[in-house]
Design a protein around this ligand. Sequence first.
Ligand SMILES: Nc1ncnc2c1ncn2[C@@H]1O[C@H](COP(=O)(O)OP(=O)(O)OP(=O)(O)O)[C@@H](O)[C@H]1O
Ligand SMILES: Cc1ncc(COP(=O)(O)O)c(N)n1
Length: 270
Amino acid sequence: MAIPQGTPPRVLTIAGSDSGGGAGIQADLKTMLALGTHGMSVLTAVTAQNSLGVQGVWELPADAVRAQFRAVVDDIGVAAVKTGMLATAELVETVAALLGPLGVPVVVDPVGVSKHGDPLLATDALDAVRTRLLPVATVATPNLPEVAQLTGVTVRDEDDLRRAAEAVLAHGPRWALVKGGHLPGDATDLLTDGTTEHWLRAPRLDNRHTHGTGCTYASAIAARLAVGDEVPEAVAAAKEYVTGAIRAGFPLGAGIGPVHHGHALAPRPR
Ligand SMILES: Nc1ncnc2c1ncn2[C@@H]1O[C@H](COP(=O)(O)OP(=O)(O)OP(=O)(O)O)[C@@H](O)[C@H]1O
Ligand SMILES: Cc1ncc(COP(=O)(O)O)c(N)n1
C-alpha cells in the first residue's frame, strides 16, 4: 500500500478504555498525537474509572476485537502496535494470534493491575501472556509488580533489574524494558536485548499525579518506532516524553491525577 507524502505514521493501540482519560486507550491516543503520529484503537474492555480507582470492567467479545483489528489493518495499515489491558486469557490469545503474522514492531505493556490495585487482567491469563503474547513482542515493558507476577523475580534494587530483564527475555520478546518506577530513588529503567544494555535514568519527581505513566511510556515507544527509530532511540525519546508528562501531571478528582500528555504541545490555560 503506497502511503501519500505528508501522512503521519500510523500507530495502533490494543487496550482498554479509561473513562477518566488518564490511562488506557485515552492516554495512548493522546501520546500518539503529541508525538506526531496518527493513533488508532482496538478496544478490548471498557472500564468505569476515575482518580479514585476502577469501579467496573466490561470485556468485549473476541469477535469484536478481531473485527476492529481487521478493519484498521486491512484498509489503513499500521507501522507499529502497542498492547495494554487485555483483560482475559481469551483476549490475550486472540491478540497474540493477530499480531504474530503482522510484521511490524509490537510494544507489549503487560498490564496486570491499576495504580490503585484493581485487577485489569484475570489471573488465569498470566500463562497466555508468558507463552503467547511475550513471544510476539519487539519490546516488553513490565513494571516491577508485573515482573514478579510473570517471572517470580523480586526486584529490590537496581542490581536486581538485570536479573529481572533476563527472566523476561526468557519468554521471547526481542527487548525487555524493566521499569524501576516502583523503586525508591531515581526513576531508572533497564532496556536490554541480552547482548546490549541501556540504562534510562531520570530524577524521581515529587508528583503524586502519575496515573497512566506505563501506558504513556509504551505508547510513546510505539509512536517513535512508527516514525522509524531503532528500539534504543525510541525508548530514550519515550523516557524523555514520559518524564516531562510526569513533571506536568496535574490534580483531577479527589485522588491520583493524570500525567499531562500535552505538556510539550501547548501552555496550560490559566
Ligand atoms: N515519580 C516519578 N518520577 C520520575 N519518573 C517516574 C516516576 N514514577 C515513575 N517514573 C517513570 O515512569 C515510567 C513508567 O514507569 P512505572 O513503573 O510508573 O510504570 P507502570 O507502573 O507500568 O505505570 P502505571 O502505573 O501507569 O501502570 C518509567 O520510566 C519510570 O521510571
Ligand atoms: C484501561 C486501563 N489500562 C491501563 C491502566 C493502568 O494504568 P495505571 O496503573 O496508571 O492505573 C488503567 N488504569 N486502565
